[in-house]
Design a protein around this ligand. Sequence first.
Ligand SMILES: Nc1ncnc2c1ncn2[C@@H]1O[C@H](COP(=O)(O)OP(=O)(O)OP(=O)(O)O)[C@@H](O)[C@H]1O
Ligand SMILES: [Mg+2]
Length: 468
Amino acid sequence: MTAVLVVDDVPAMGEQYAYDLKRVGKFQTIVARGGDEALDVLAREPIDCVVLDLEMPGTDGFEVLRRLQQRGIDTPVIVYTGTGSYDRCVQAVRLGAYGFVDKTEPIERVVQEIENALSRGRLVRELRTLRSRVDGEASLVGESAPMRSLRDAIARVAPIPSSVLIVGESGTGKELVARALHRRGPGEKAPLVAVNSAALPEQLVESELFGHERGAFTGADRLRRGAFENAAGGTLFLDEIGELPLPAQAKLLRVLEDRKVTRLGGDRPIQITARVVAATNRDLEREIAVGRFRQDLFYRLNVHTLRVPPLRERLADIPSLIGHLLHAIAVQLGVRPKTIEPGAVSLLTAYDWRKNNVRELRNCLERMLIASDGTSIGSGDVPPEIRGDAGRASRSASGEEHDEAADASAPPGTLKALKAQAERQILLAALETHDWHVTRTAEALGLADHSSLLKIMRRHGLSKRGSS
Ligand SMILES: Nc1ncnc2c1ncn2[C@@H]1O[C@H](COP(=O)(O)OP(=O)(O)OP(=O)(O)O)[C@@H](O)[C@H]1O
Ligand SMILES: [Mg+2]
């Protein structure tokens, strides 16, 4: 039910408005007898809309609007005035009021203004969700076997409300997986609240996650809902969970066990209705072994585990990732999209992406997009460190290491480099076709046995773990 706060220094006026709004608008109403009391109520209660008298002794309507602005509270406010002064209303709107009415106008007009303010608020929220959706980089790209099975796992786990742990190296797309889980689970309309555990100062962990009441500690000048509460009915994404300090781990464990949170300084437990998704690039089992992570918390979090494969285990995805990311980057930066030439794609596919996975590829593409002249990106635009690495791959792949080593500066685009790239692509295609089954792939390629295939794979930095 919509909660409306009516603020008027004349008690009879405030009560009359509240009564009429309840009757005509079917709102739940609260009355405050002045600016200070109104600010108190707003700090304490979830209010959907405020109907505010401009003329009050002490903290008047203008002052209330100013303070709300300072505190970043965006609850919609409708002001009313008895002076009939248009200028004063305009001034209030400049201070953030959504609308204004005259005290002589019928209550239906006030109800209408409130409805308008509420639907505008809804639109703003919807727009925010839509914008994040079309932001471009939000979908999981890749048709390789590991990506296909990851997507299957997401579809299986998404509708189940149990906790999910997402593990994977840095830059592999863990956050994208969390968003995909949310989209296919609670859905776009429900909140997704992300908390970066690594960026939380230790003394703020609790108030961020669980919230605090006004006055719970020095500086807590207003009520604050925690991430668990804000994510109600949706998803709470605890990113970099491996960085959470041990004392906070203990508190998080208790909350997950009770399925209830209590705001700091509060005494009312609030039921948790958010699904918890955690992510880490650390090996939590090793962290447990060295005493940096609680085992009991680990078991709470990893009811389901999703492993995001590193980019080097799904090289077949690189060409489609390049296309997708180039487009997304151009949209994001507001520049004209460029095409990329096959030579450049081959160089990027041959590189050993192990530092920062897809993020490294993305950043490299952004650099190339900005640095290249003309409408397409060619092999000349590929950064030297990446060309260098591809060159090394070509030398060892040709099988003539000694001769090749003498030719250390073999430029990309030469027959040797192209031969190596072609070999790599043939390998990847065959492995994909046979689901990374090494013996079958070796047979299909007419190699003596699986160990010959493994040797060639090693030269290309491919590992058997590419299978899923
Ligand atoms: N499969 C994919 N399809 C499209 N884009 C992807 C994919 N995987 C990752 N990306 C992009 O790569 C970048 C890194 O992804 P993300 O932030 O999800 O990684 P992460 O695993 O959370 O990294 P970190 O461990 O550093 O937090 C983002 O720009 C993301 O959009
Ligand atoms: Mg991340």
